[in-house]
Design a protein around this ligand. Sequence first.
Ligand code: CTP
Length: 404
Amino acid sequence: MNLSEKKILLGITGSIAAYKIPMLIRELKKQGADVKVICTHDALNFVTAPTLSTLSCNPVYSDFIKNVNGEWANHVDLALWADTILIAPATANTIAKLANGQSDNLLIAAAMSASCPIIVAPAMDHDMYIYPATQNNIAKLKSYGHYIINPEHGELASGIIGEGRLPEERTIINHIQQVLTTPKKFTGNTVLITAGPTQEAIDPVRYISNHSTGKMGISLAKEFAFHGAKVIFVHGPIFMQPNSVFGGLDIEAIETVDGEQMDKAVSKFFKSSDICIMAAAVADYKPNIVSIKKIKKGSDTAKLELVKTTDILYNLGKNKKKGQTLVGFALETDHEEKNAISKLQKKDLDMIVLNSLNNKGAGFKYNTNQVTMICKNGEKLKTPLKNKNEIALDILNQIYKIRL
Ligand code: CTP
């Protein structure tokens, strides 16, 4: 297989291995690829722009401003042009910036604007590579859906022998071919995801709600979109503007306020969804009567009559069609597994994701979570405490497995 007509945006950063990149460009061009190069300033200490430009047959970009007239090198256009972005060699510094969204150069800005797959080939000294921050940043990039080409073991520029070498051209090209030809896990699937709390009005100024922030649902939406799904994201009131965190991903966000609105939106999209994940914390009860005027302070005690809301997930379970996968969440404080299993059965779910408020760092508000996934067939999978993006990837992989 060749790379005919594939558009590769190649990011080069300041590692000594940059000297190998002109040969890589030559090989990519031989295979028919169209190559554009973004070089960080440090990379230009190791390779020259005329060499890269001659071999790629395109201008080399390094700065946001192209020339003295102030013409702009548009990072968004570069990102949208590409079928894939390859960052090779990727220094520890570039990996850290990409992992943490620190967009202070053209390459990071382009990578953060991309909706195509991003392939990162770390190359550095062995000790820098195994340094915990570097490893954590690489894990973060993986959790964003980026592909990592592991560096090879061998003699490094420092003379040290260890992991850190940029792999040979052939290995890098194999990875690009694989990424560009392998269908993603959820390509062609529509995934309906709910997130956040609901707000049940008492009067025009007050409501009943809970502490859900929607973070877990946002991570799930991004992860499924990274893996090729079309995502419908139905959310209650959350502090983030979903579109500001979804970038160019294929995610349609639908805003709702109370359980009734969420129910309507979910029911509308459920029929055409292959997978539905109810991560929203829907209120179980709402005021029987919503006062149209602000309720004034009166006697020392006040009573509010509450009525049950619709159990959205229960209804979905009843209407589930063959081939649809239904996943619920359970937040428990006691008899966690027993309660979760009973919800799994009652709501006819394929899997339930159990959060326990007894686990420190898990549940509402935190950026981390620890869950136990319990499947219909009894299979149980407990994750350690980790970033919600990584938990989202675990959930995605488990859903992929149960749909095989
Ligand atoms: N859920 C729903 N509609 C509701 C309440 C809950 O769709 N009115 C969904 C949640 O999104 C979650 C699952 O049901 O995926 C379990 O929610 P949870 O609040 O843990 O359980 P409940 O069934 O509401 O039971 P309880 O609150 O008594 O634990």
